[in-house]
Design a protein around this ligand. Structure first.
Ligand code: ADP
Ligand code: MG
Length: 771
């Protein structure tokens, strides 16, 4: 959207605003009681069929007035505009400090009137709890209940009962991670009473760039039992160590693949004819994992090794992920590379990408301080338009032009001089670094100068929020990585206005423009004065990794002023952004199969869970099918079939029947007789028994399928050279595997219900033992 179309999009919101403003006096004249009654009337109108759109104007006017009385904040016109856009299912870019928390209350209240699920997600627990609590009073006044989806402390697990209560609330605040996780977990329950979610209806995503873009490259996976340990990691590692770059394998766009030469070498090493045959899938997969471990993952950048253990590193914050491991064997491949003991690799039981997850909502919307840059992707993936909302007051912050340096020392020297000069005036400084190392380097510098300061690098979100809140006080110096303290309002302390407000010092080019905008936006909130200045160098991580090799010529230069070289430096960030987008798109492309299959399976599960009662009649098709398949197959071992599928007790009576029709009839009679016996024995519990046996078959096979698809992705990337359209191949393979799975699932279901045993306890309850 260009400037003009944005103006047009805004223009269409104004008529609503005008009508809402026209109601202002009337709402102000109502007593608290009458205001509350109004909301009640709206609710009833919605129940009797009035569409929400028709009530937007009076409801917003009402919420606005209530916010003034309860929170002491009357939403500005700009906030109301943003709130209208959110109801219409758009994404809004609204600068930091403009009051997005309050904005969200209007669409949430309006949509909650429908009685359908109304949810706000944000990027971390702390913000979810804070906003739910702070806005809670307003919601209660308006007659809504509020739920907080994240546990009180992170180590706590909520029970299904607790979750049911939370999700039954009119408005729920939570994080994207918790919500998506709950969705996956809910689809693993075995009784319908254990479900806790309501059908997804409306969602507002706060910090939407962080949630939809940054988190999009990390699909959510629920891990189950460890898979059988493979000894292929070491041999694959040994083999891969001998490969030569550009001869045996090639690196392209952060992906790696074997060349023909490399393939030949692999086939010789492992003594196989053709690695692409299905039976060698495991070898192929392990080679691919090892190759990735060796070429795409760098020690001390992506992971650290300590105490014979490999731990992942969050590149942006520098934090070590203690318990997170790379999925599907990648972690184990890195362990082999680093000669650490190989840990268990858990199977993926359920997984979903955020791209797929958020599309489950009837209507979604989002807000962020910096997201406009990615509007095309958001349009393409989620079909959402992005609208930039004007600030309430004019932005008074001064963004000084970036300064460029050849090397780190020159960069630091200039930044240090700038920091000292500004600090001497008492102006508060927020130093935002693009790497964890830099945050320590600047902290050491400040220490050496005897300047008291705080360092934040996203270790403890709640504590950091408290610290960063104070970053606007006179003389304050705060060093933070770009993600630290996000969502926290930095107010200026006494006398700071006169000093020019908060000064943001950016150290190094960040991975994307959004992060830099977010960093600058920490200063100059709500028309405050403010200043921002970035110091860039050719040695910045992003330039080093994604910049042109031509830049190495200028490493010795101190300051760089040539616009040609500056353009070259800045190109690195554009390259990094492009790659990020590509990688998000790929994840989504791959997810298409899994997503479609997941929907089918989850629907099947839900139909089964919701079915009022099942009888023998309902499973007749399955049993008949299983027996017919057997009878029409060529290798017939009747006793094997009966023992594997129908009963553990078999005296051979069908072995001599030659006529297929007769055999089929006899086997079916036998099967139904056994089922009726079970029914007589279990009485009312038989229905539950059938459900359990079917569900268990679905889950068993589906978990295998999820795991297989996860692995397939890594294995298939190896074929990139041999085959052109690898994504097409992936989907073909995934589809074939699904067909096979469905057949196996039906067979497993019959085995379960026929061979399953029921043990009755003294307490008159039954326990089911599945084969
Ligand atoms: P954002 O999420 O857009 O960065 P916040 O929602 O954190 O901003 O709000 C920033 C600050 O502005 C908060 O302290 C909030 O109380 C205040 N605020 C928001 N809207 C109003 C308003 N209409 N009137 C007065 N203060 C407001
Ligand atoms: Mg916010």
């Amino acid at each position: 959207m260009s400037k003009l179309t944005n103006r047009y999009a805004l223009h269409k919101l104004y008529p609503f605003l005008k009508k809402i403003n026209a109601l202002q006096e009337k709402m102000a004249s109502l007593s608290d009681d009458d205001l509350q009654k109004q909301m009640h009337i709206f609710k009833e109108e919605v129940h009797s069929g009035t569409p929400l759109d028709a009530l937007l104007v009076p409801v917003y006017a009402c919420v606005r007035e209530a916010a003034k009385r309860i929170l002491g904040m009357f939403p500005y016109d700009e906030q109301v505009l943003a709130a209208i856009a959110l109801h219409q299912g758009h994404i809004i870019e609204m600068k930091t400090g403009e009051g997005k928390t309050l904005v969200a209350t209007m669409p949430l209240a309006l949509n909650a009137l429908s009685g359908k699920s109304t949810i706000l997600v944000t990027s971390n627990d702390y913000l979810a709890k804070r906003d739910a609590t702070e806005m809670g009073r307003l919601y209660h006044f308006l007659g809504f209940t509020v739920g907080i989806g994240v546990p009180e402390d992170a180590s706590q697990q909520l029970s299904a009962e607790e979750k049911k209560i939370i999700y039954s609330r009119d408005i729920v605040y939570t994080t994207h991670g918790v919500l998506a996780f709950d969705y996956l977990l809910e689809n693993l329950v075995t009784r319908k009473e254990e479900r806790y979610l309501r059908p997804f209806s409306y969602i507002v995503i706060d910090e939407v760039d962080s949630v939809l873009l940054d988190a999009a490259t990390m699909p959510l996976v629920i891990s189950g039992a460890p898979r059988v340990q493979s000894n292929l990691y070491e041999s694959a590692d040994y083999f891969v160590s001998s490969l030569r770059k550009d001869i045996d394998y090639k690196l392209e766009d952060r992906e790696v693949f074997l060349t023909e030469k490399g393939l030949d070498a692999a086939e010789r090493f492992f003594g196989v004819e053709n690695l692409y045959q299905r039976e060698y899938f495991e070898i192929l997969r392990h080679i691919m994992l090892s190759l990735r471990a060796h070429t795409l993952f760098l020690k001390d950048r992506d992971y650290v090794v300590g105490d014979h253990k490999v731990s992942l590193l969050d590149q942006r914050s520098g934090r070590i992920f203690e318990s997170t491991k790379l999925k599907s064997g990648l972690h184990q491949a890195i362990e082999a590379k680093e000669h650490c003991p190989i840990t268990d690799d858990a199977r993926a039981m359920a997984s979903i990408t955020y791209q797929a997850f958020f599309r489950l909502f009837e209507k979604m919307s989002g807000m962020s301080g910096a997201v406009y840059n990615e509007r095309q992707e958001l349009k393409k993936v989620y079909n959402l338009d992005t609208i930039v909302i004007p600030t309430h007051k004019k932005i008074a912050r001064i963004d000084a032009p970036d300064l460029y340096f050849g090397h780190k020392e020159a960069q630091m020297e200039a930044a240090a001089a700038f920091i000292l000069k500004r600090h001497a005036t008492g102006q508060p400084l927020l130093i935002v670094t693009s790497s964890i190392d830099d945050s320590y380097a600047y902290s050491r510098f400040l220490l050496a100068k005897g300047i008291p300061h705080n360092v934040l690098n996203a270790y403890n979100v709640a504590k950091e929020a408290e610290i960063i809140k104070e970053a606007g006080q006179k003389n304050a110096v705060t060093v933070a990585t770009s993600v630290a303290g996000r969502g926290t309002d930095i107010r200026l302390g006494a006398g700071v206005q006169e000093l020019g407000g908060l000064c943001v010092v950016g150290i190094g080019r960040q991975m994307n423009l959004r992060s830099e905008k977010q960093a600058r936006g920490r200063a100059g909130r709500q028309g405050d004065p403010g200043y921002s200045q970035f110091f860039i160098s050719i040695e910045d991580d992003v330039v080093d990794e994604y910049g042109s090799t031509k830049l190495s010529k200028y490493l010795k230069k101190n300051q760089i002023t040539s616009s040609r070289i500056i353009r070259l430096i800045n190109q690195a960030q554009i390259n990094a952004e492009t790659l990020e987008r590509t990688s998000r798109r790929e994840i989504m492309e791959y997810d298409r199969s899994l997503s479609a299959q997941r929907t089918l399976i989850y629907n099947m599960r839900n139909r089964l869970l919701d079915a009022p009662s099942l009888s023998i009649e309902d499973v007749k098709g399955l049993v008949d099918n299983c027996i017919d398949n057997f009878v029409s197959s060529s290798h017939q071992d009747v006793s094997r079939f009966v023992l594997d599928h129908l009963s553990y007790h078999y005296d051979g009576i069908f072995d001599t029947i030659k006529d297929p029709d007769e055999l089929s009839k006899q086997l079916k009679d036998f099967a139904y007789r056994l089922l009726r016996q079970k029914q007589d024995f279990m009485q009312g519990e038989f229905n539950g028994y059938l459900k359990t046996t079917l569900l268990s078959a679905i889950d068993h096979l589906w978990v295998e399928q999820v795991d297989y698809l996860e692995q397939l992705r890594y294995a298939i990337a190896l074929r990139q050279y041999a085959q052109r359209n690898i994504i097409y191949m992936f989907h073909q393979e995934a589809y074939d595997a699904f067909t096979v799975m469905m057949d196996k699932m039906k067979e497993q279901a019959v085995q379960n219900m026929m061979l399953g045993m029921v043990i009755s306890n003294e307490a008159d309850s039954f326990r089911i033992l599945l084969p």
